[in-house]
Design a protein around this ligand. Structure first.
Ligand code: PEP
Ligand code: MN
Length: 278
């Protein structure tokens, strides 16, 4: 792939690793979990506590929600970020939150440990340039109509501005299939590993949009070699203001986590190390 000067893995170069809280991206397996959107302090703090209790490493939650309809819940903005700050104080979980406007990047950095760029903004080049100047890692979601080449060029935009800490996130793409919300493209995980030095996580919540499919696709992502998962969890999913159908209850999250961590341990001890040593 032409022009991927910074993103491409070069002979003899190390994989990208960087620390966020206690986690080293690119080395440790990371589970980022939390509500789709920040709705109330109680909802966010209780969900954060459940994520922590279930073994999650970071809290996700949108204060800015890029919604298909202008009449749907758009997020609480600054109020939402302040709620995330409270949840962080209580749980010590680092915060992953979306930024949708280049003008907001500087002040959102005061609350976010990782800036999320959503699928709908993957090719928002002014936003990419702005987060490229920020001093926070960026979780770059794959656009729902984007090829790997287009996606990696977007990561290149961020690196070219001087920010080397990018995490790629596969969140499903649009195909002719309608049973699932999107089609999770798991072959992209090993493809990213062979082409780039960047960590990659998988989002089976938006990827499938179906509760029953989140566990099997989480396990499949682990087996494919993903560096982590991002999962939507809500203290009371039926009352969620966005993505109510796909948010896990704390109990469902706990059950998935047990299996995910077990499989991840097995894979890293028996399969990944063995294939690296070949
Ligand atoms: C989200 O993570 O809440 C979100 C809006 O995801 P995506 O950009 O992948 O649709
Ligand atoms: Mn969502």
């Amino acid at each position: 792939m032409k022009n991927l000067k910074l993103v491409k893995i070069q002979e003899g170069h190390e994989k990208t690793q960087f620390k966020v809280g206690d986690i080293t991206f690119g080395k440790d397996f990371v589970v980022i979990a939390g509500p789709c959107g920040v709705e109330t302090e109680e909802q966010t703090v209780k969900t954060a506590e459940a994520v922590k209790a279930g073994g999650g490493h970071m809290l996700r939650g949108g204060a800015f929600k890029p919604r298909t309809s202008p009449y749907d819940f758009q997020g609480l903005g600054l109020k939402g970020l302040k709620i995330l700050e409270k949840a962080k104080q209580k749980t010590h979980l680092p915060i992953v939150t979306e930024v949708i406007d280049p003008r907001d990047v500087t002040w959102v950095c005061e609350y976010a440990d990782i800036l999320q760029i959503g699928a709908r903004n993957m090719q928002n080049f002014s936003l990419l340039k702005e987060v490229g100047k920020a001093n926070k890692p960026v979780l770059l979601k794959r656009g729902m109509y984007s090829t790997l080449r287009e996606w990696l060029n977007c990561a290149e935009y961020i690196l070219a501005e001087g920010n080397p800490n990018v995490i790629l996130c596969e969140r499903g793409i649009r195909t002719f299939e309608t049973y699932t919300r999107n089609t999770v493209d798991l072959s992209i995980v090993p493809a990213i590993k062979e082409l780039t030095h960047l960590p990659v996580v998988v989002d089976p919540s938006h990827g499938t949009g179906k509760l029953s499919l989140i566990e099997p696709m989480s396990l499949a992502a682990v087996a494919a070699g993903a560096d982590g998962l991002i999962l939507e969890v809500h203290i009371n999913p039926c009352e969620a203001k966005s993505d109510a159908d796909q948010q896990l209850t704390p109990e469902q999250f706990n059950n998935i986590m047990k299996k995910v961590l077990k499989l991840q341990k097995f894979m890293s001890e028996n399969i990944f190390q063995a294939s690296e040593g070949k």
